[in-house]
Design a protein around this ligand. Sequence first.
Ligand code: UTP
Length: 297
Amino acid sequence: MTRKVTKAVFPVAGLGTRFLPATKSIPKEIMTLVDRPLIQYAIDEAREAGISEFIFVTSRGKNALEDYFDAAPELEASLEEKGKDQLMKVLERTNMDSGAIAYIRQNRPLGLGHAVWCARRLVGSEPFAVILTDDVIAGDVPCLKQMVDAYADTGGAMVAAMEVAPEKTPAYGILDADDAGPDCMPIRGMVEKPAPGTAPSNLAVIGRYILPPTVMDSLTNATAGAGGEIQLTDAIAKEIEAGRPVNGFRFKGERFDCGSKAGYLQATVAFALAREDLGDELRDFLHRTLAMKTAAE
Ligand code: UTP
């Protein structure tokens, strides 16, 4: 089995209810951190990890996503005419080669596992990456690149993992593994959203995966799990039950949960502070605002 990963699946068919009313007509993935949509961060990370085939699992109302990666001839012509080379460069990152990107529909939101399964024919018999665009990870080396490099040695399946506070474990898929283990550690099992106090570790699964095609077979036979949804975690747990290796990978970097309002706001501030053109102004504003608030209290 090859250990080169060239395909990535982006499940973007969820309803995004936590961001209503915005997500009534705007796909969550088009929402921006400063001026780049969440999906652009995911695509850039995949490219840097060597991914060359991008598979989007979409749903009704996500047309803005398809347009985002298409050419924009009128806009490009206008920028060129005005000599706006810098903006032309910015747009270049949004262009995808013809044939590099595929869209497939999930016609009902039956869960993340089901969304991944919808891509089975495009994935074929190769290992593939899954990227959840909600999880934006800032780091010197992009998270998926760290994983692809580790996977070249380990093979098997790999899930990104991050330590969370014990009281937060019911909100995540949790690894049955040694908290104090090495960065890349074999796992004994996985449990989706364990009841408080029952989590086997404090290591939570984050939205980056490298999966063997056998996961698609498990998903074919899957039934609804936690929350009445077909869970990807359950299919990965089946890999372990079948005696196939699954590794947890403790990545280096800071993860923002942009599927939640608090996480999205924190990411917006962190990314804006890191920008040369905005950082100083925002820092001053935050200092002033916090000082005024403290004084008022
Ligand atoms: P979430 O659990 O965040 O659900 O899905 P959601 O619908 O996006 O958002 P909320 O909870 O209603 O606010 C995690 C990822 O799985 C995808 C989502 O698009 C998101 O990237 N997903 C989820 C699907 O593609 N299909 C599904 O049926 C469920």
